[in-house]
Write a protein that binds this ligand. Structure first.
Ligand SMILES: O=C(O)CCC(=O)C(=O)O
Ligand SMILES: [Fe+2]
Length: 321
């Protein structure tokens, strides 16, 4: 028992170089006079006025620009996803993840490699995560969707209207997919507006990205972190996301998400009521020629005995507008 605790604690405290490969932020953990000016907390932006006027959107764009060029992470303090829907989402996730393992495994789909519009139950350890710890995830992805014959491309297109090559695997509870699709649609409509702000932040026309959000490749990843028993554990090791924007909804009150700043210090991004954490990822970093930073982050479950649920939305542009 003592050895196991020691091993896990050592992994959490390990020098960050051992935890991840940092292409941009090379070097060691900085302290004292060698420290760079960098963020020590995640900025909060209130998008309530994003519908109001161009001047409001330009003001928001300036805040987004300042944030994505420094930390790559922000809290969105207002958004259009209702509290009722978020509660429902948490309910179906809890119902799913607390099923007995032998039930959950029935929903695993490993036999349909081409199609990801299935629900997959998997137990994942990242390469640098201690074997004793894990997160469990169920991915409801919409990778490579193509417009169905009847769907009209446009802003009202819902995932249900997308065409998949196969029948989706059934899942429990029976409303699991339906509730998550509703959530998917709600995030997507918020993101379309946010991308207009991002276009302004890059000095582009507001509608610059619109054509890329008609049939976006986007996946939802409901995550369940089982209650930990021992010392804080690294549930997901340091990584950066491959997507365009990632929208993290921390559905339960367990601080765990941490973001690496330019001095290689981990900055906590605790759950704040009714907020989303949004980070720009690989695609956007490349598209902006590294003007927007790609920021490493990890999940360290610090609260003993408490399960954590988060819901991730990975958004990438459509391949076929
Ligand atoms: O669960 C979280 O808060 C973040 C998870 C994450 O960073 C990921 O899955 O890429
Ligand atoms: Fe991530």
């Amino acid at each position: 028992m003592v050895t196991e605790t020691a091993t896990i604690t050592a992994a959490v405290d390990a020098p960050w170089q051992q935890l991840c490969r940092l292409p941009r932020r090379q070097g060691r953990r900085l302290s004292g006079s060698s420290m760079e000016k960098t963020f020590e907390s995640i900025p909060q932006i209130d998008f309530a006025n994003m519908d109001v006027s161009l001047a409001d959107r330009q003001a928001l764009a300036a805040q987004v620009n300042a944030t994505f060029t420094e930390s790559g992470f922000l809290y969105s303090c207002s958004h259009s996803i209702s509290k009722a829907l978020q509660k429902e989402v948490l309910g179906v996730m809890q119902a799913f993840f607390t099923l007995p393992a032998e039930e959950k495994v029935k929903f695993t789909s490993t036999t349909r490699p081409r199609s990801r519009a299935t629900s997959v139950c998997s137990k994942q350890n990242s390469a640098r995560t201690p074997a004793a710890t894990s997160r469990r995830s169920s991915t409801l992805a919409t990778t490579r969707p193509s417009p169905s014959k009847t769907a009209r491309p446009g802003l009202t297109c819902l995932p249900e209207q997308w065409h998949y090559a196969h029948q989706p695997v059934a899942c429990q509870p029976s409303n699991f997919r339906g509730v998550l699709y509703q959530y998917h649609a709600a995030v997507m409509s918020f993101l379309r507006q946010l991308l207009q702000i991002i276009a302004l932040a890059l000095d582009l026309e507001e509608d610059y990205f619109d054509a890329l959000t008609t049939f976006p490749m986007a996946g939802l990843r409901p995550l369940y972190y089982p209650p930990r028993e021992l010392a804080p554990d690294i549930s997901i090791g340091a990584h950066a996301d491959y997507s365009w924007l990632t929208v993290v909804n921390q559905l339960t009150d367990a601080p765990a998400l941490e973001v690496l700043n330019a001095n290689a210090h981990w900055v906590c991004a605790p759950p704040l009521p009714n907020t989303l954490v949004i980070n720009d990822s690989d695609f956007l970093e490349r598209a902006t020629n590294s003007m927007f930073v790609l920021t490493f982050h990890r999940v360290v479950n610090k609260t003993a005995g408490v399960a954590r649920y988060s819901l991730l939305f990975f958004s990438v542009p459509a391949t076929t507008p």
